[in-house]
Design a protein around this ligand. Sequence first.
Ligand SMILES: [Zn+2]
Length: 309
Amino acid sequence: MNRAASVVANLIWAGLIWGASALAADAPSRDDLMKPYPNPAWDKFAVAGNDTMEIAPDLYSFRGGGTRSIFIVTKDGVIATDPGDPQMAKAYREAIRKVTPKPVKYVVYSHEHWDHVRGGQVFKDEGAKFISHANCVTHFKEIPDPDVVMPDITFKGNYTVKLGQHKLELIYLGRNHGDCMVVMRPDIENGKYLFIVDLLTPGGAPMDFMPDYFPVQWIKSLKQIEAMDFTVVLPGHGVPLASKSAVTERREYLEALIAAVKADIDAGIPRSQIPERVKLPKFAYLRGNTEQNLRDNARRITAFYGIGW
Ligand SMILES: [Zn+2]
């Protein structure tokens, strides 16, 4: 697609599998999506669906079901990210083909969790090289899944994927959610976009018992991300883009949750009673922040104070 066309058609809606097709006319604008939640522009993404959005020239966000990935189009081919699962990967490949006939040369894994990294064979078949942090490989060997394509290229610390005229910087912040998570910064529009998977979901509460999250390291990583020079979050679930304030929103939620649990522990409340007692009215607006979810979140933090994990 040429630049002029892309300005007009900055939203391409696919609606492939779940029938959640939407017309460009009612697609939200980037400016509307940048406003914090509660934000009616975000409601269109509350149910599972497939869509592709051009975030910036050469940079796209694709959603398949509940999972999101980004891809970068270069003159020498495409850099793709998490394939999701076999069903999503197929739709993702088709969505990329609607933007460019060029081959996918690289697939980059954000971290090791199956809801993001299964289904890559469709890209492997066309010759794509798979890239992840070295710790992901250890995990894939310990807990193999037949739908996970093993990485061809691994690294420790940071790594930069280079293809054609573009670069994708992979930034490892240590153990935070799993132990091989990278956040990704495309070299587009002065690096103003950061693809952040699972460390936050804009406008949403953390998932139930916060599986494979390490609270202390998680907050440390969020603070490191807040200190980075960027303005737009490209999330791994939900909306295609959001303001950087989504990082602060998640950190403040976690800090409030931890403070509430700690206050009860310091007051001598039995640990078994604490999850029922935690209330965070300031965050009542978050999607998914049900009483049950909050209890599960609080139970995870109570476990942290029990064993330091
Ligand atoms: Zn995850």
